[in-house]
Design a binder for this molecule. Sequence first.
Ligand SMILES: Nc1ncnc2c1ncn2[C@@H]1O[C@H](COP(=O)(O)OP(=O)(O)OP(=O)(O)O)[C@@H](O)[C@H]1O
Length: 359
Amino acid sequence: MNWDDAPADTPDRLVGSAADREDQAVEAALRPKELDEFIGQERVRQQLDLVLKAARQRGATADHVLLSGAPGLGKTTLSMIIAAEMSAPIRITSGPAIQHAGDLAAILSSLTEGEVLFLDEIHRMSRPAEEMLYMAMEDFRVDVIVGKGPGATAIPLELPPFTLVGATTRAGLLPPPLRDRFGFTGHMEFYAPAELERVVHRSAGLLDVAIDTDGAAEIAGRSRGTPRIANRLLRRVRDYAQVRADGAVTRETAARALEVYEVDARGLDRLDRAVLHALLKLFGGGPVGLSTLAVAVGEERETVEEVAEPFLVREGLLARTPRGRVATPAAWSHLGLVPPPQGGGTSQGGPGQTGLFGA
Ligand SMILES: Nc1ncnc2c1ncn2[C@@H]1O[C@H](COP(=O)(O)OP(=O)(O)OP(=O)(O)O)[C@@H](O)[C@H]1O
């Protein structure tokens, strides 16, 4: 899976995958602390288990780890688990926070032996910092430049061995020399509904929310494959259950609560549905150009393209084609609409252009 088209930051949406303030406040309490507690991502978990066990047996610092995947899938959580499994402290920072090589030098020179440095959004680090990181990762050494111009001198600085855990939503954007310096790369996938159900159950236990299997399944099915969203929906459902029901979360309570919040059975919210609705009702399922579609829903082109579309594409509801956006048969059935008869596309599609159905 290519994460380069991962959803953009969408902090205000209930189904946005970036962390909002409330998430940040409660996530620490919900994070699994050990590898065995971490749900799903079987392959990454097994591979990482081996990497960490081997390092522990050798009494060495673990290899540098790169974690790639969409926001909210557990990269920060895994980095904390790596530190915990290695009984090492962890320092957390991010690419955008390191704009100068000096910022990075300051962090690196204050690391203790074996410490884990978690660098979120590593693809957004500045170039000079990135180059400094190459040497630090490989030789545990940096050259600190003192002075300017012809009189500038490089003072070598030895670093204690440390483990860098880099996280990125865009592994494809990392320069190969940086990617190659990681001993282990784990690609995080979206979670299966059954895995999310376990996430919901676990979080409900920690938050002291009574929930049955069907209630957890209902929330999981609307969580877009993302634990962060599952936890957020659980909190909104808990509010509803507390105010409008007896506090217990059943399938019915969960469904009614999420209807109030306009998150439908497949996890689409109002924006997603507006895009689909326009595509189907106004343009007969497409093809239609992105700009036209954006005008039809009263949104910016970028919002439609970066916020709504990635999930619609992933869900197989919308296709991006060279001729424009096209609805799939699943989109029609999801909105309970009937596709026009074959060859019955709208004039938007032009003669002979009837989207997927005319092909
Ligand atoms: N495998 C998992 N099992 C249980 N809970 C999980 C799992 N993965 C993530 N979570 C929960 O989802 C929330 C978000 O996870 P986390 O912050 O680690 O995601 P992330 O990938 O680092 O996101 P971002 O890229 O936005 O920083 C956390 O509260 C965490 O408890």
